[in-house]
Design a protein around this ligand. Sequence first.
Ligand code: AMP
Length: 267
Amino acid sequence: MKLFFTKKKWSEYRESLTGPLGFVPTMGALHAGHLKLVHEARNNNDFVAVSIFVNPKQFNNTEDLINYPNTLEQDILVLSQAGVDAVFLPSSSEVYPENDTFITVVPGKSAEGLEGAFRPGHFEGVVNVVDRLFEWIHPHNAYFGQKDLQQCLVIQEFASEKHPNLKIVTVPTEREKNGLAMSSRNLRLSEEGRNRAAVIFEVISKMKDSTADYDWAIEYLKQYEIETEYLTNIEISLNTDTGLMTKAWVFAGYLEGIRLIDNVLYN
Ligand code: AMP
């Protein structure tokens, strides 16, 4: 497995590749959810590239950025074991050179509300870094996790205009045995917190089959010390391996000061 730290070295390598390239952008602190995207990419492309870059521009909360977990050595080990061909590890100055106008893309309508409302500037940061990565990596297929549902919708929307030949593949959420959606931020929860957080998936799975109002759910989550930021159902249009999904229950909230999100998709 090759490691690249600069666009220049990467582009020399990129020119040498002849078959389909699958790309998985990440911020590191890799877990089985990230590896699910990598396996999907490995099974459907001749070459697989993963990027690890903790993008400061998508953090609306400085503390979250400072505390973002870093497990780089372990990440590189697991990626090489997963059969990845190349890892792109740019520095911040490589991604955002001085005097560079940061904004090249404006997120579309799907960035409104939910994460877009509670994390001002987040999707602007996401689409602009992903746009740069797409330009440099130049993949045929790019893989995103359905755990970050609104991110999938925002990327789908901007890529269909700006990168029409690139296929965006969304991959189902990988969960702990107790149902908790895997997330790098889970590393910051206590063991008890990780057990309690399982109730989020339990609740949103029930919402799917209920027409009752959801005040009970917010109260129930409170009993587990989970403060809900939003819990709502939305209309979507998301291509998945099991077909087009048209609805979702989406959740965001806090436990032990850590922000957690999750969702269930249905038709
Ligand atoms: P991140 O490193 O958090 O930016 O995530 C990189 C990619 O992995 C994003 O496309 C995420 O949606 C995806 N991802 C994160 N957690 C999971 C999960 N539990 N299951 C599937 N994909 C995930």
